[in-house]
Design a protein around this ligand. Structure first.
Ligand SMILES: NC(=O)c1ccc[n+]([C@@H]2O[C@H](COP(=O)([O-])OP(=O)(O)OC[C@H]3O[C@@H](n4cnc5c(N)ncnc54)[C@H](O)[C@@H]3O)[C@@H](O)[C@H]2O)c1
Ligand SMILES: *[C@@H]1O[C@H](CO)[C@@H](O)[C@H](O)[C@H]1NC(C)=O
Length: 300
């Protein structure tokens, strides 16, 4: 998907095109198909995944497959199967074949009873969305298998990722991608969150680099298996203000959506990533100012 394609590009630059295999159950865009090895793989098909691992001498597994939130809400049973059974398959395969395993988590793994400003790595996690509950399950299963069987499980809690393409919608942080698209096209953005809703965000290139650097960190440096990573935290009002420095005519109207507003209000406003900084040297390259320049001037 979105994150996997960019991460593969970064990994291929370091490890060689043929040493990184992308997989999905849907046809990739033509440029991805041409950019290196791509295979069909369904995370629900355990035996086929094992075959791919063995035939290709796989050593590292990055597990990004998930059912989109818009689709997931409409079909919770299928989302549960793909997100949770898929995770269980990947954990078992990693153990069975001595693979190292990276699994992403999210700000959504925290809930209304978690500290919000900032949220530390270790605290109460009682999310109230099925998304958050399954991500906490993933964090705990991976850590359990690490402590019990020595699985090299690594997990990062991503902030809202500001990606290249506009998302299909339904996500709580999606406005932060859409607003740039709207600023450059119609000049008008209608925001589904209140103007003062502060959430942790990150440019996609920082997200990929954090993932690669964390995967490469020597095991002895890791005091945790699940880390928060931060880059910036902003509100719709603040990002609009920053965009107006380049496009003064941008108009933003607010029409809060009660579902997404309630979710956002239960999420942290800032990530404490001091453990990631200390243990494996995490440092973001993009703050709000840099983000706006790259999105508006260079447009990636
Ligand atoms: N994008 C963000 O802002 C963000 C933030 C925090 C965490 N994450 C996490 O990162 C991961 C990847 O996110 P993304 O934005 O790239 O999502 P995405 O929806 O773009 O990619 C997920 C991919 O999984 C594939 N998939 C669905 N069912 C499958 C199956 N049965 N077998 C194999 N593949 C299947 C889909 O076809 C899709 O291409 C997710 O776990 C998500 O929770 C993303
Ligand atoms: C499955 O994952 C997607 C994308 O990460 C998320 O939007 C959705 O809410 C999840 N659903 C469940 C049941 O975990």
């Amino acid at each position: 998907g979105q994150l996997g394609m960019g991460l593969a590009e970064m990994l291929r630059k370091q490890y060689g095109t043929d040493n990184v295999i992308l997989s999905d159950i849907k046809k990739p865009p033509p440029h991805i198909f041409r950019s290196g090895p791509f295979v069909y793989a369904d995370v629900l098909d355990y035996k086929h995944l094992r075959e791919l691992i063995i035939n290709n001498q796989i050593t590292w597994l990055v597990h990004y497959s998930a059912l989109l939130s818009a689709v997931g809400e409409a079909n919770v049973a299928l989302a549960r199967k793909i997100n949770i059974t898929g995770l269980h398959n990947v954990l078992d395969l990693a153990l069975e074949n001595c693979l190292r395993l990276f699994v992403p988590s999210t700000i959504g793994a925290f809930g209304p009873s978690s500290p919000r400003d900032p949220v530390p790595d270790l605290c109460v996690q009682r999310p109230r969305t099925i998304y958050g509950v399954s991500k906490v399950h993933g964090e705990l299963m991976g850590e359990y298998l690490h402590h019990k069987h020595g699985l090299d499980f690594r997990c990062l809690r991503y902030p809202g990722v500001i990606s290249v393409n506009t998302p299909p919608g339904g996500g709580t942080t999606d406005y932060a991608v859409q607003i740039f698209h709207d600023a450059l096209s119609t000049g008008h953005h209608e925001c589904y969150l209140r103007p003062d809703t502060r959430l942790p965000m990150m440019h996609i290139s920082d997200c990929h680099r954090a993932t690669v650097e964390f995967m490469q960190a020597p095991e002895c440096q890791l005091s945790l298996r699940t880390y928060n990573i931060a880059a910036m935290s902003f509100t719709p009002e603040e990002v609009a203000q920053e965009i107006r420095k380049h496009l003064p005519q941008l108009k933003v109207t607010y029409s809060p959506d009660s579902v997404r507003q309630t979710i956002a209000d239960s999420w942290p406003v800032r990530f404490d990533d001091s453990n990631a900084r200390r243990d494996w040297g995490w440092a973001p390259a993009f703050g709000l100012e840099e983000l706006v320049v790259i999105k508006l001037v260079y447009q990636p």
